[in-house]
Write a protein that binds this ligand. Structure first.
Ligand code: AMP
Ligand code: GLY
Length: 422
């Protein structure tokens, strides 16, 4: 029987841990550092996701058969490189390959040279030059910090003042630290957003069905962007031709481009797309599973996640391992008051165990902790309530019935997940 380790502390990692725990080959799933949702076969380990030395030590001492990267900063910190050096089996891109996410300037240059469709852009290290170019392109214009910024490094400017403010914050005040040494200025894209996920073992690639995140905090896509307030899959407004296009013109050239640059990618490549009837463009590449997309994928996956990720890590991924249940899955994120700005922590949460008893409901914790037996809020995104259904309407009715049972002071959630005009 296998022992596994998942690195990260969000709802995504709980969803991966949950699916791993359902594998008949898995007896134990550790999550480092995890959250208040770990129970049964799933156990937290108090090691941070960038603590390379202690993660390696833990994996060795506990004979971990497979480690899975959830949080991208673990790849950036060199966890995969260190595990590879020690001969430990790990799923996720190494430091060289994660550059497709960790540098937006690198990612855009890669897209350009591989002819991957994306918005027109230029990279800048000088804020005056950046401003001049931004003004020359018209509004709205998109300004992106080059490096990892926890999903917050993208600013859409609608006038000169907003350009000045964005460049000042990113490049002068460095609110995202060194991530702001360089910026990408790119044209604003219109269309519907979709998330694609593709597993790659370095040679073989398998695409998941498309999903859709809901980024803004409020209903009808109002208010500031968040890490994601809910998701559903599959997206039924993308057809077979469009999915083939994504595979042939986006995923495969990106993987080949990385390989050609000695940055072979093993893990989950997640392009965020802007889709129009006759045109699909890449908004960005991520080198990891999406959150909250993973919470719905894990509800729909008909396969043994342990066998799949192990095969991926060992270079023998086979598409026959990955099948999908019929119907739909949806997740609604319950967030703290104030999120995505400053938020309180330590608020008592009630109703989770009652909600979990409802048919087809699984709840993945994100920002929670247990203190003296009481479940408390401990982060911006607190819980992911997930459901499945043969139809989208059925999945939605079930999920919101469960949401109604859960309470904490100032709880925020969107009531329109999966209801966007399609
Ligand atoms: P990213 O972190 O690059 O995914 O950007 C976060 C969000 O900003 C995306 O999900 C989009 O909603 C929006 N965004 C980023 N780039 C563009 C663009 N070029 N045009 C329109 N919206 C964008
Ligand atoms: N779903 C947004 C993200 O994972 O970046």
């Amino acid at each position: 029987m296998a022992t596994t380790l998942v690195i990260g502390n969000g709802g995504r990692e709980q969803a991966l841990a949950w699916k791993l725990s359902l594998s008949p080959s898995v007896e134990k799933v550790y999550v480092a550092p995890g959250n208040g949702g770990s129970k049964g076969k799933i156990e937290n380990v108090d090691i941070g996701f960038e603590d390379v030395i202690n993660l390696v030590k833990f994996a060795k001492e506990n004979n971990i058969d497979l480690t899975v990267i959830g949080q991208e900063s673990a790849s950036e910190a060199g966890v995969v490189d260190a595990f590879n050096e020690e001969g430990l089996t790990i799923f996720g891109p190494d430091k060289a390959a994660i550059k497709i996410e960790s540098s937006k300037a690198f990612s855009k240059d890669l897209m350009k040279s591989e002819n991957i469709p994306t918005a027109e852009y230029r990279n800048f290290t000088d804020s005056q030059e950046a401003k001049k170019y931004a003004l020359s392109r018209g509004f709205p214009i998109v300004i992106k910090a080059d490096g990892l910024a926890g999903g917050k490094g993208v600013i859409i400017a609608n006038n000169e003042e907003e350009i000045d403010k964005a460049l000042d914050q990113i490049m002068i005040k460095k609110i995202f630290g060194l991530s702001g040494d360089k910026v990408v200025i790119e044209d604003f894209l219109r269309g519907k957003e979709a998330s694609m996920h593709a597993l790659s073992d370095g040679t073989n690639t398998v695409l998941f069905p498309p999903s859709q995140d809901h980024k803004q905090i409020f209903d009808n896509d109002q208010g500031p962007n968040t890490g994601g307030m809910g998701a559903y899959a599959p997206v039924n407004w993308m057809d077979e031709d469009q999915l083939n296009y994504v595979k042939e013109h986006i995923v495969e050239p990106a993987l080949k481009g990385l390989k050609d640059r000695d940055r072979e990618f093993i893990g989950c490549l997640y392009p965020g797309l802007m889709v129009k009837q006759d045109e699909i463009k890449v908004v960005e590449f991520n080198g990891r599973f999406g959150d909250p997309e993973t919470e719905v994928y894990m509800r729909l996956l008909d396969g043994d996640l342990y066998e799949i990720l192990l095969a991926c890590a060992k270079g023998n991924l086979d598409s026959s391992m990955i099948n999908w249940k019929s119907g739909y899955a949806v997740t609604v994120v319950l967030a703290s008051p104030g999120y995505p700005g400053k938020y309180d922590k330590g608020l008592p949460i009630s109703g989770v165990s009652d909600a979990e008893k409802l048919e087809d409901i699984v709840i993945f914790h994100a920002g929670t902790e247990i203190k003296d037996g009481q479940l408390l809020t401990a982060g911006g995104r607190v819980l992911n309530v997930t459901s499945t259904g043969e139809t989208m309407d059925e999945a939605l009715a079930k999920v919101y019935k469960a949401v109604d049972l859960i309470k904490f002071d100032g709880m925020q959630y969107r009531t329109d997940i999966g209801k966007r005009p399609q």
